[in-house]
Design a protein around this ligand. Structure first.
Ligand code: SAM
Length: 234
């Protein structure tokens, strides 16, 4: 479970709300049971249940199990998609190990806003399921032109372009340093957006093959390819 930190050996942690309900009613923990906690700061800890009441579950921290992970400095900048499809992107990008998920608003986005609390829950549950010891950063939904204007100097901007580009595997494998992948919405980037992205000095267009992928497919495949060629899957 991800809980507010920082955690330290011997500390007592009181879990309340939905997490307490999950522990007490779903997992039906009892005093002495072992629970694994993360605080997204210090890493992963073993804890023991001290008490499991109606209102809260009290745990005592034992030893640290794993340090906070240092995932590749890779961002997925994904145009907002219809809710179930963007939910999939949030979940799978978290499992695949991205550093940051940057929801993007573009002119052809069908959905133009994201519920941040709901997105945070999806990302946190995905991180707990795949045993990450750090949460991906979840940035607020931001317009494409703002992202391009404020793009960090040191970060490569790989542009997933169904109209063509460098083969992604070779481009990713050859790149060292911070990077990001930009993926468009159901209707793609419009001509003005495509020109603005291509005009960016750090932009490199990459292709994910000869077929037109759905936005969620392109985002998930792009993240997997990055982790396999330049990330932490070696
Ligand atoms: N323009 C597309 C069409 O003709 O249907 C619509 C966009 S596609 C559904 C969603 C996004 O996925 C695109 O904006 C692009 O970023 C990415 N994408 C899809 N297929 C791709 C491919 N073969 N190579 C690279 N990116 C791709």
């Amino acid at each position: 479970l991800f809980v507010p930190g920082p955690l330290a050996a011997g500390a007592a942690v009181a879990i309340e709300g939905g997490q307490a309900h999950y522990l007490a009613k779903v997992m039906r923990v009892a005093p002495g049971d072992a629970v694994v906690l993360c605080d997204d700061m210090t890493g992963e800890w073993a804890a023991a249940v001290v008490s499991a009441g109606k209102r809260d579950v009290v745990l005592e921290l034992r030893e640290q199990l794993r340090a906070r992970e240092d995932v590749p400095d890779f961002w997925l900048c994904a145009a907002l998609l219809k809710k179930p499809n963007f939910d999939l992107v949030l979940e799978k990008a978290t499992e695949l190990g991205v550093r940051r998920i940057q929801p993007m608003v573009t002119r052809r986005c069908v959905a133009d806003k994201l519920n941040p609390e709901r997105a945070r829950t999806i990302v946190t549950e995905a991180a707990e399921q795949c045993a990450r010891t750090a949460l991906p950063e979840l940035a607020p939904a931001t317009r494409l032109d703002t992202l391009l204007r404020d793009w960090p100097q040191d970060r490569a901007l790989f542009f997933a372009d169904e109209q063509g580009g460098e083969p992604a595997a070779a481009a990713f494998a050859a790149h060292a340093g911070p990077a990001a992948l930009l993926v468009g919405p159901e209707g793609g980037f419009d001509d003005g957006e495509r020109a603005a992205i291509r005009a960016h000095p750090q932009a490199r267009a990459i292709t994910l093959g000869p077929r037109i992928l759905r936005g969620e497919t392109a985002g998930i495949a792009g993240c997997a390819l990055w982790m396999a060629t330049a990330g932490d899957w070696s």
